[in-house]
Design a protein around this ligand. Structure first.
Ligand SMILES: *Cc1c(COP(=O)(O)O)cnc(C)c1O
Length: 393
């Protein structure tokens, strides 16, 4: 039987390659960090979500070792059978106090958090109104739910209001948005979104994966940045970016929402608890974030420095303050050549093009980290200038 499927799959793989969409995984032989060895070459890494540099931070490695020794390696259970240690409850409580929510429920990933959320809370009587550029996990989570689906153009508050008016007959309406849109580094206008939600009696859900630990005076993310913490009903996020970069996600929010998710969210009920070393190190990450501004300050300074030097050199950098710094190229082929040249020159920076971003808006997406030094960033800027000369874009 496999023969026919095999031929079909081989054909589809050729199509992926011919469309230039084939993803090759480059094998690293070092821990994640500012400098990594990739296939035998040392590169300055500008493409990790390692915003605070915690992925291999000595304090994190130590905390993971300690948790491993104290709590063991794995749980071999979902949470409600025999997979809840005091450590898991402590992490949930710590996230709630950090984020300023009633309660928090952990998932294996933010993908699973978003995958389980909508279906558990809403049905055909309800409507979910989603920003067009929301993360794939929000889109998939909404598809699993029977609620009516409405979309608005990225950040378009007039269109959001029109969608709210159109869905006035629904029992409940939820506005769902990323806190930060990952291809542009743009922030959702949470203050306007909350105003509209209040005016139209809707709920608000924010996926803050790219902002938790990063934005806001205390690193609490976009709700803190926009001063709307109490006005957000549901906040999802990942432990796989700034908060240590391992894995795990959560839904934080109103007490009854979290309580119902423990009863009904399928990825929570049917998938394993997060491993103790990850839970223990995540607690350490929150301690580091809450006890000091240092990493956030360094990240902010690095971001400002790189943005201003690149702009001085005439690169078209999308405006903003987020450590996602997209360097716009436009043409798909030129962006790919620029990225290849950068890698050749020792800078790991990846190009994104259609269909991930609109046609003609190809870009090199760089991401700053607190683990970068000023010298690292100056090196990156110089290599950008050199690569631009070499490939004439
Ligand atoms: C990275 C990301 C996710 C996925 O997080 P995981 O924990 O890796 O599954 C979900 N939503 C957004 C907005 C993200 O940026």
């Amino acid at each position: 039987m496999y023969g026919t499927l095999r031929d079909d799959l081989a054909g589809r793989l050729v199509e992926v390659r011919e469309a230039g969409l084939y993803k090759t995984e480059h094998v690293m032989t070092t821990p994640q960090g500012a400098h990594v060895d990739v296939e035998g070459r040392e590169l300055l890494n500008l493409c990790a979500n390692n915003y605070l540099g915690l992925a291999s931070h000595p304090a994190m490695v130590e905390a993971a070792h300690e948790a491993l020794d104290r709590w063991g390696y794995g749980m071999a259970s979902v949470r409600f059978i025999c997979g809840t240690q005091a450590l898991h409850r402590e992490l949930e409580q710590r996230l709630s106090s950090f984020l300023g929510t009633d309660d928090t429920i952990l998932f294996s990933s933010c993908y699973d958090a978003n995958g389980g959320l909508f279906e558990a809370l809403f049905d055909e009587q309800d409507a979910v109104i989603s920003d067009q550029l929301n993360h794939a996990s929000i889109i998939d989570g909404i598809r699993l739910c029977k609620a009516r689906r409405l979309r608005y153009a990225n950040g378009d508050m007039d269109e959001l209001e029109a969608r709210l008016e159109e869905s006035a007959d629904a029992r409940y309406r939820l506005i769902a948005t990323d806190g930060v849109f990952s291809m542009d580094g743009y922030l959702a206008q949470l203050d306007s979104i909350c105003d509209l939600a209040e005016r139209h009696n809707a709920l608000v859900m924010v996926d803050d994966s790219h902002a938790v630990g990063v934005l806001g005076p205390g690193g609490r993310g976009t709700p803190e940045h926009h001063d709307v913490v109490e006005r957000i009903d549901i906040l999802t996020g990942t432990l796989g970016k700034a908060i240590g970069g391992a894995s795990g996600g959560y839904v934080a929010g109103r007490r009854e929402i979290v309580e119902l998710l423990r009863q009904r969210a399928r990825p929570y009920l049917f998938s394993n608890s997060i491993p103790p070393p990850v839970a223990g190190a995540s607690l350490r990450a929150l301690e580091l974030i809450e006890s000091s501004h240092e990493l956030r300050d360094r990240l902010r300074e690095n971001t400002a420095h790189f943005r201003s030097r690149m702009t001085e050199l005439g690169f078209d950098v999308l405006p903003g303050e987020h450590p996602i710094v997209p360097v716009m190229v436009g043409d798909e082929v030129a962006a790919a050549r620029l990225s290849a040249k950068l890698v050749e020159l020792g800078v790991y920076a990846v190009s994104f093009s259609f269909p991930v971003v609109p046609r003609g808006t190809a870009r090199i997406r760089t991401q700053m980290s607190a683990a970068h030094t000023r010298e690292d960033l100056d090196f990156a800027v110089d290599r950008f200038a050199e690569a631009r000369e070499a490939v004439a874009v």
